[in-house]
Design a protein around this ligand. Structure first.
Ligand code: IPM
Ligand code: MN
Length: 350
């Protein structure tokens, strides 16, 4: 059973697209997937006053995988509101224990013109950013009074060890290169991060080539030499920021999928983009990231590698054939709506 959490903004549109693709896979390969849809984020606040209602939690704990659209929007964005849509997503990540967020960044040759970067810089870009997802400043104590505020950033060695192992295993199956990103010249958490990473790699992964970058330099290197990166591992907030930056290599935030994994095979899958309230309900959203997230779901939670590859190949084929939603279109391209792009992918699969 797959729990679907469409959420807010363009979330429902892209989740529907991903579901159609999973249903096409089921038909083609003789599987039976069942889906249960639940509320999260602003939609859940409106209906029940809670961004992560108990029914949603129960379904997420009971299923094989969770596929999420996006949460948030102007309606709920009053910074002083007691409940916010994002709290639902953060709590869900904690409840599911999905500490490892895998965000692959791949540049399709045909989309090079869609990126603001020069073609020669983009050639061969193929990396995975492994973002720590359940620790750090996102989850530390917060204080606020009239004139001051604070957010506590804490990391425990065990949290760093487990995420570095995930990243090192991935690197071992790829080009054997791991880049750890921190701010060890300023932050104590980063000094623990660096020491822990150094010893895990030295003791357990002698074959992995480890590079260490400060986050400010990493932000620059991502644009100046992105093809050099294989696997990047970093803490929660740095990973959030660097992957929005990295999405511009791929041409659009609408291209990047993600998988959030913990100790079990149950995972949370979501596009890295947000709810894009400005284009919601207009059929303008790019469903590629959500569809590619469903491929990651098949790979990591259901061990259906061939099916995952088929979805990724179908997306690539649609793009190679000129299929473009508005975000990745360049002058002269015919622009496909969300459902037209979705249909092109399912037809390619079937
Ligand atoms: C993401 C999003 C979330 C995050 C928000 C919606 C809380 O930006 O998944 O990257 O910051 O983790
Ligand atoms: Mn983000």
């Amino acid at each position: 059973m797959i729990t679907l959490l469409p959420g807010d903004g363009i979330g429902p549109e892209v989740t529907t697209a991903a579901r159609t693709v999973l249903e096409t896979i089921a038909t083609k390969y003789g599987h039976r997937f069942s889906f249960k849809e639940h509320l999260i984020g602003g939609a859940a606040i409106d209906a029940l006053g809670d961004p992560l209602p108990p029914d949603t939690i129960a379904s997420c704990q009971d299923c094989d995988a969770v596929l999420l659209g996006a949460v948030g929007g102007p309606k709920w964005s009053d910074p002083n509101a007691a409940v916010r849509p994002e709290q639902g997503l953060l709590k869900l990540r904690t409840v599911l224990g999905v500490f490892a967020n895998l965000r692959p960044v791949k540049v399709f040759e045909e989309l090079v013109p869609a990126s603001p970067l020069k073609a020669e810089i983009l050639r061969g870009v193929d990396m995975i950013v492994v973002r720590e997802l359940t620790g750090g400043i996102y989850f530390g104590d917060k204080t606020r009074d009239e004139t001051s505020a604070s957010d506590l950033c804490t990391y425990h060695a065990f949290e760093i060890e487990r995420i570095v192992r995930v990243a090192a295993e991935l690197a071992a199956g790829r080009r054997g290169h791991l880049c750890s990103v921190d701010k060890a010249n300023v932050l104590e958490t980063s000094r623990l991060w660096r020491d822990t990473t150094d010893s895990i790699i030295a003791n357990e992964y002698p074959g992995i080539e480890l590079e260490t970058l400060l986050v400010d330099a990493a932000a620059m290197h991502l644009l100046s030499r992105p093809a050099d990166f294989d696997v990047i591992v970093t803490e929660n907030m740095f990973g959030d920021i660097l992957t929005d930056e990295a999405s511009m290599l791929a041409g659009s935030l609408g291209m990047l999928p993600s998988a959030s994994l913990g100790e079990s095979t149950r995972g949370l899958y979501e596009p890295i983009h947000g709810s894009a309230p400005d284009i919601a309900g207009k059929g303008l959203a790019n469903p590629a990231a959500a569809i590619a997230s469903s491929a990651m779901l098949l790979r990591h939670s259901l061990a259906l590698e061939a099916e995952a590859v088929a979805i990724e190949a179908a997306i690539a084929a649609v793009i190679a054939a000129g299929g473009r939603t508005a975000d990745i279109a360049t002058a002269g391209d015919r622009v496909l709506s969300t459902s037209e792009f979705n249909k092109a992918v399912t037809e390619q699969l079937a």
